[in-house]
Design a protein around this ligand. Structure first.
Ligand SMILES: Nc1ncnc2c1ncn2[C@@H]1O[C@H](COP(=O)(O)OP(=O)(O)OP(=O)(O)O)[C@@H](O)[C@H]1O
Length: 229
């Protein structure tokens, strides 16, 4: 699903590379954590996968597509095949819950009838039935993240990228969000999640890929956050 081969990334204004010879393969259906201290390159990996940035060296393949050969005009289509969830939710503040989720289907041209059927199904999956007409500011942080996850998942993406999705949430709410991401993973969606949350990583015992100064320093099948903690 994700193949990074000898990937390097140097930003123009930075003296050291953000990523330095990174080789990582994540197979279809896997759930993997990307961890590492601030500035280690986690967000850069996600940005490269979304083709928001291009690598300075190496090769990146996502869902069978070589991103180096992806024409600029095909980038939006590539991004629509991925689901993305962020720490700050990024909801449309003037749209209701159902409109936020439905919008993801509108932009890919799904007919209104289909949207009316699919949106309530996805809201039920994320536990937001009954909240479809609320605006984001009428929801708790955890509920807002559920909307963001519903929006990311409504197109049934092959791959879900999550950048610190629990960063703004309390521990109980974070645990609920992780149950939801696990449920989504069980439908066959590959999940790659960047996080600083050691409690979550330790409780899930999933694959852990650790970056330090732009290099992979650990890749364990059922890892914990910190070795020896
Ligand atoms: N747009 C940019 N221009 C220049 N340097 C950048 C840019 N984005 C990131 N960097 C640098 O690249 C390195 C990796 O940053 P990145 O954001 O990928 O780290 P991170 O592991 O996601 O950090 P955090 O956990 O704080 O989000 C850092 O040294 C950062 O300063």
């Amino acid at each position: 699903m994700i193949h990074l081969s000898h990937v390097s990334k140097s930003y123009k204004t930075s003296t050291r590379p953000a990523l330095d010879d990174v080789t990582v393969h994540v197979e279809k259906g896997e759930f993997a954590f990307l961890i590492g201290p601030s500035g280690s390159g986690k967000s850069t990996v996600l940005r490269l996968l979304l083709r928001e940035e291009a690598p300075t060296g190496g090769r990146i393949e996502v869902a069978g597509r070589d991103l180096g050969r992806l024409r600029r005009s095909k980038v939006p289509q590539h991004r629509r095949r991925l689901g993305c969830v962020f720490q700050d939710f990024r909801l449309l503040t003037n749209k209701t819950v159902e409109q936020n989720v439905g919008f993801a289907l509108e932009v890919i041209g799904r007919p209104r009838g289909a949207i009316r059927t699919i949106v309530p199904e996805v809201l039920e999956l994320v536990g937001l039935e009954g909240k479809a007409r609320r605006l984001p500011h009428e929801l708790s942080g955890g509920e807002q993240q559920r909307v963001a996850i519903a929006r990311a998942f409504v197109n049934r993406p092959l791959l879900l990228l999550a950048d610190e999705p629990t960063g703004n949430l309390d521990p109980d709410t974070s645990a609920d969000i992780m149950l939801l991401l696990e449920r989504i993973n069980r439908t066959g969606t590959t999940v790659l999640m960047a996080t600083h949350d050691n409690t979550i990583v330790d409780s899930m015992r999933r694959r852990v890929i650790e970056l330090q100064l732009g290099r992979v320093v650990r890749d364990e099948a059922r890892g914990v956050y910190g070795v020896g903690r």
